[in-house]
Design a protein around this ligand. Structure first.
Ligand code: ADP
Ligand code: ADP
Ligand code: ZN
Length: 218
């Protein structure tokens, strides 16, 4: 099974794909988490990606595609995976098509989470992230049990440096210009499934699971 979670920054891709990872037992491949890890470890990939991430721009396609090619080839991806934050450009979508062909896999569904801009700003401004396990929280909408600590691994929660209003607006305009065109592309391929991204986290999760289960029965 290959799932793609799409939608603007803050639509809930990370939150939902973590839950889907647990529910279906497939790895979540979150490009942003992988890049932040690379930045933290001071690798060549991290060094190249950092300047783009800091200003809310997308990293270079060739770099991102190479990182994902390597990741999808690992053993834990044999039964499939959940893509969170990839592809984000038409070139990445095309490369993904080629990679899946090599792996003998098809896209099961592209779940597009629809959330209005003002809600995105509210969500990202209050987001707190665990840089250790990738879990995300919101100070009002989805708070951790103990303030400032990750429920899952106990690590300290941080506010991402790109979750400030200026960079959030920039990421939204980058999304509209470079990523939103993929919605019609996957629509034409018949893989697109639109899901209303506003409402309870659990309610949205149940909607996604029911459409995946329907897809798997066919
Ligand atoms: P993305 O990975 O798409 O950027 P996240 O999953 O990190 O989005 O969610 C962004 C923020 O919004 C986080 O603080 C998260 O806790 C919160 N959030 C996620 N889903 C919902 C929801 N359905 N309602 C309210 N807040 C949400
Ligand atoms: P969000 O949760 O707000 O959607 P991510 O954590 O997915 O953000 O990504 C954070 C940053 O990492 C992006 O603003 C971009 O700089 C970089 N990035 C993540 N995924 C990609 C991608 N597929 N292509 C290019 N850059 C990416
Ligand atoms: Zn954690």
């Amino acid at each position: 099974m290959v799932l793609i979670l799409m939608g603007p920054p803050g639509c809930g891709k990370g939150t939902q794909s973590k839950m889907l990872e647990e529910h279906y037992g497939l790895p979540q491949l979150a490009t942003g988490d992988m890049l932040r890890e690379a930045v933290k470890n001071g690798t060549e990939v991290g060094r190249r990606a950092k300047e783009y991430m800091d200003r809310g721009a997308l990293g270079p396609d060739d770099l991102i595609i190479e990182v994902m090619r390597e990741r999808m080839g690992r053993k834990d991806c044999a039964d499939g995976f959940i893509l969170d934050g990839f592809p984000r450009t038409p070139a990445q979508a095309e490369a993904l098509g080629g990679l899946l062909k090599e792996l003998g896999k098809n896209i099961t569904a592209v779940v597009n989470l629809d959330v209005a801009d003002e809600e995105v700003v509210r969500r990202l401004a209050g987001r707190r992230a665990c840089l250790s396990c990738g879990a995300t929280y919101h100070i009002a909408f989805s708070p951790p049990k103990a303030e400032g600590r990750c429920d899952k691994c106990g690590a300290k929660l941080v506010q991402r440096s790109d979750d400030n209003e200026g960079t959030i607006r920039e990421r939204l305009s980058v999304y509209r210009a470079q990523t939103a065109p993929l919605i019609s592309l996957y629509g034409k391929q018949g893989a697109l499934r639109n899901v209303e991204g506003t409402g309870s986290i659990k309610g949205i999760f149940e909607k996604i699971c029911s459409l995946i289960d329907k897809e798997m029965r066919q």
